[in-house]
Write a new protein. Sequence first.
Length: 346
Amino acid sequence: MTLIISKKKPFFPISENLRTYLNGYGRHSEFSLNYNDLLRYTDTFPLEDRYGKDTLWETVIYPQHIVQELHSALSFIYAILKMDGDKALSKHLYIDRIDYCRFANSKPFRIRVVNQFNDNYDYFYVKQADASRVYGLELEHILSPNRINYLVYKDTLIEEHIAGIPGDTFIETYLTRKDVNKVRIAKEFIKFNERCFVKLLGDMRSYNYVIDITPDFEDEQYRVRAIDFDQQSYEGRHKMYLAQFFKENNAVVELVQNLINPETLAQYQLEERTLMSRRVRQAHQRMHHLMSSMRKDTLSKPEKVTQLKQEMKDYHNEERFLQCKTMGDIVYLNMQLLLVENLKVD
């Protein structure tokens, strides 16, 4: 069975409830540049990786008379994102390149920032602000072991770069290495799969997550991190929220099947749900405000909400899903059932 993701998911506007939440938790900031300003480019050329392979990104070229204006605004945004807007400590940074990906649903711009003293570089992204994506970012920040740094102003979303080896590259080049601890990779994929389903984060094909590798004193530790949040609680099929069902992940799924027995699988799933439950309790007030907003917002089409609540009802054998009116309601009830029954949002 092949899962098919909806093409060109529509953008859902940031509601007043969500803006209030973002203001309250330091996710809002004012800056002069918006997403549409970056669409003023006049030419592009394909961007290749170090091996000469097409990356599907294009480097964009702007008219000379607006380059300085754009670069100045982007440098300031980076300073806000990283240094709380301190311009004094960002004077030695410059914008080296602006890339554009027209194939991604969010059509992001990727900004390369370079330190002129040592040539070290970093990236951040400018995207159209989409409510479903913002909810996905925020749920990842609260429920996962990963902290997410992003800002929203009007209809523009600024995201910090999430470093790691792209999942498809990792599967293609790392899984065959003798020094790779395949049991640990299988364990982390199980945990990642669990997190995605609890949050109902969809479309976790191998190129929508990265692998973060950390050397340990005897081995290596791995962490699977989502980098694409466009498909937060949008699709109607519940299997869309389980990374194990995407054919792009088959190689890792086979590792799990071959190396992890059912008892250990259940252990790892419970470990991850326990950690997520603790994070909910530690951020109870924040989760309360987030879910209060999410349950009121429109994040999908009515027919997809109807389909998903029926499938989740069958999956959990829980009639309460049929009472859900929004995707936020479904996410909330799913978290109640999988994490903590005392997660109450009135």
